[in-house]
Design a protein around this ligand. Structure first.
Ligand code: NDP
Length: 311
């Protein structure tokens, strides 16, 4: 029987997903009808972005699952009208992009590149050699699909890497901490701190004044996770005081970041406009098609969201 798949995301997404998703569904052996419009009662699956027009799932009476094309699900986990399984995106393209963003920004801070990009005064010749990576302590908060690969990549470059997650983890080359007790050690280690946690009630404002205080003097922060992980006022105060040397921020409580926000003009903040990484339609389409195939075959879905934990 034909499965009806509603593509509910912004129109530009449809442009990039239409062909690869159709191809992936065909290759998965699915008899499908893929469209951006259906009568709600006819829809079996929704390929979904939380900024789409679909916010009330009540009319979708035969819906089997919602397949999110974003990795972050904080804008949908709490939706009380959603009664069917929700999956999130884990995509090799998204992961590779995040590894490149994180590695690039960590290396920038590690090597002190800004000094040379801004330019020395003519005749100045300060030969301040950066330490080797082995002498630089980096912490990655969040050792999930993205955090674990970023942590192993940084460890592969020689950095002294610690990581932190909710449950105990083993990641090769990384000193792993977990739970409330493990956070202090992870922060104390963080000469460079990378945030790859989801936005949940348990992680909001995790990086507050107390957490910042625990980090070494002059520490750098790279946040491609989510804006609410950081208490913005506490971070600005720590930057003003010089306790935090620099923050590279890709995500914010309000996006686009309002023009009057102090982050834009702070000399020790780099703002990137939520471009750390994105799902790549060809590889993401294969993940979506595989999940439709699995559900139709009665097999467990990949990347199922635990809506109680919020990620
Ligand atoms: P995962 O769900 O795979 O991993 C989340 C990690 O965070 C896990 O290690 C989890 O622990 C840990 N975690 C969650 N809650 C807590 C907690 N309360 N205490 C300690 N650790 C916790 O997510 P991904 O790696 O796929 O993605 C991470 C985030 O990256 C996304 O949620 C999204 O917000 C962001 N993102 C940003 C993008 C951008 O362009 N800026 C692009 C894509 C994603 P455990 O392993 O024990 O479950």
């Amino acid at each position: 029987m034909t499965v009806n798949i509603l593509f509910a995301a912004l129109p530009q997404r449809w442009d990039s997903y239409r062909e690869p998703l159709s191809t992936a569904l065909r290759e998965a052996g699915i008899d499908f009808d893929l469209r951006t419009e259906f009568a709600p009662a006819e829809v079996d699956y929704i390929v979904y972005a939380p900024n789409s027009a679909v916010q009330d799932f009540t009319p979708y009476t035969r819906l089997k699952a919602v397949l999110n094309i974003w990795a972050g699900v904080e804008k949908i986990t709490g939706n009380p009208t959603l009664k069917v399984p929700l999956t999130r995106m884990v995509d090799e393209g998204l992961t590779r992009g995040m590894v490149e963003y994180v590695t690039g920004h960590v290396l920038r801070h590690h090597l002190g590149m800004d000094k040379h990009i801004r330019g020395l005064a003519p005749g100045d010749w300060p030969q301040d050699f950066p330490p080797l990576a082995q002498d630089r302590r980096v912490t990655v908060l969040g050792l999930g699909e993205l955090g674990a690969v970023c942590a192993t990549t940084l460890a592969g470059l020689g950095f002294d890497v610690a990581g932190w997650s909710r449950s105990p983890k083993t990641v090769e080359g990384v000193s792993c901490h977990h739970g409330d007790a493990g956070l202090k050690a992870a922060l104390t280690h963080a000469e460079i701190l990378v945030l790859l946690l989801p936005d949940t009630p348990a992680t909001q404002n995790l990086i507050d004044a107390e957490a910042l205080e625990r980090m070494p003097m002059g520490a750098m922060i790279v946040n491609p996770g989510r804006g609410p992980l950081i208490d913005d006022e506490a971070l600005l105060a720590a930057l003003d005081a010089g306790h935090i040397g620099h923050a590279t921020l890709d995500v914010f409580r309000v996006e686009p970041l309002p023009a009057e926000h102090r982050y834009w003009t702070h000399p020790h903040v780099t703002v990137t406009p939520h471009i750390a990484s994105e799902t790549r339609a060809p590889s993401a389409s294969r993940v979506l098609a595989e999940n439709v195939r699995r559900f139709e075959a009665g097999e467990p879905l990949l990347h199922l969201v635990d809506r109680t934990a919020g990620y």
